[in-house]
Design a protein around this ligand. Structure first.
Ligand code: ZN
Length: 133
């Protein structure tokens, strides 16, 4: 497995690949999961999950607030296909178009707090429009 060299966007320290337990994530759902964690953790609370197979980071390192926003943006997106507004593939194409970004950047794991807020707002708008119709 290839390790990727990445730096923490908050403090500039290197990020190292560590098991979930290093972050205090010991529930069975975290078994086998690994994360790129800022070398200054826990003083700098930034990390991102690694893909199980490729070992590549799923996005950029995120602090607690950004992790929370990315989760909220994911949940907002999920509502689109759970309510049958559009398929998952169509929802990600829609994101791409809305932000004018290439497909490889249309991952919430790469999004900033601002972009996550936009995703949540746009999804709510679509859902409200559907329920009003
Ligand atoms: Zn850091």
């Amino acid at each position: 497995m290839k390790r990727v060299k990445i730096k923490c966007p908050y403090c500039g320290a290197r990020a190292t690949l560590r098991p979930a337990a290093a972050l205090g994530k010991t529930a069975s759902g975290y078994a086998g999961k690994r994360y790129y964690v800022c070398a200054r953790y826990p003083f700098c609370d930034a990390y991102v999950e690694a893909h199980a197979r490729s070992g590549k980071p799923m996005g950029s390192l995120a602090n607690k607030q950004l992790r929370w926003k990315r989760r909220a943006a994911h949940d907002a997106m999920e509502r689109l296909w759970e309510r049958g507004l559009m398929s998952k593939a169509a929802a990600y194409r829609w994101l791409q178009l809305k932000f004018g970004i290439p497909v490889e950047e249309a991952h919430i794991g790469r999004f900033s707090e601002y972009r996550c807020d936009e995703v949540i707002r746009m999804c709510e708008e679509l859902i409200n429009r559907q329920t009003a119709a």
